[in-house]
Design a protein around this ligand. Structure first.
Ligand code: DC
Length: 209
């Protein structure tokens, strides 16, 4: 069974995808990490993330980079959003994601274009969303927990800028696949969101026979 989980930054899609993978005993790939790894190399080499030709040369990164906690930073997330808009970068990372999705037994992948591009035939697709205010509140709380001092307004502006960039790009923009179930986590606890996600996946499998 292939499960595709898409949605904007801080919507809860990563937490939900990991919980679904545990529940159904499937391997999980956080595809945002691939773009973050490219972004980290671009920054380490002092390259301009807007220059497609330079960025594409950074797509062949060492696997161990994916383990780096540094990839989770907001600065790398923002740069990942810039590098991911380049069509050549997306195509350089495409086969690897498709292979993961098509492995025997299935998989759970989360990102922006899983249900639309990477696994259009997925058995279950979820589009996870929450209001920008609520996503910014979650991200701000998380930063505070890590003693990172940044204003709420700045976090909200960053979230809005990232949504804008991820949804307006011409190649594989963030959008809900026509056959994806919508899961709004704005007013749900993590536990409630996960239970709802499991119920939606089970309902999809039941209708698929
Ligand atoms: O999910 P994330 O915050 O780790 O993703 C970082 C950036 O990577 C995101 O702003 C857009 C890009 N991305 C993408 O374009 N396609 C994906 N499938 C996953 C992430």
């Amino acid at each position: 069974m292939i499960i595709a989980v898409d949605g904007p930054a801080a919507s809860g899609k990563g937490t939900i995808a990991r919980a679904l993978a545990r529940h159904y005993g499937l391997p999980h790939l956080d595809t945002g990490l691939l773009y973050r790894a490219v972004a980290a190399r671009v920054l380490a080499e002092g390259l301009d993330p807007a220059r497609e030709g330079d960025v594409v040369a950074m797509c062949d990164f060492d696997e161990s980079l994916l383990e780096s906690a540094e990839l989770r930073s907001d600065h790398i997330g923002k740069t990942a959003s810039i590098v991911s808009a380049h069509p050549l970068v997306r195509s350089a990372l495409l086969q690897r994601q498709k292979r993961f999705a098509q492995q025997p037994g299935g998989a759970v992948l989360d990102g922006r274009d899983i249900g639309t591009v990477i696994a259009p035939d997925a058995d279950a697709k979820l589009f996870v969303k929450a209001t920008p205010m609520i996503r910014a509140r979650r991200r701000h709380d998380e930063l505070k927990r890590h003693d990172i001092d940044v204003s709420f307004d700045r976090v909200l502006a960053d979230i809005r800028a990232r949504d804008d960039r991820d949804s307006r790009r011409s190649e594989a923009p963030l959008r809900q696949a026509a056959d994806a179930a919508l899961l709004d986590t704005s007013f749900l606890s993590i536990e409630a969101a996960v239970q709802k996600a499991i119920a939606l996946v089970d309902a999809r499998r039941a209708t698929a026979g």
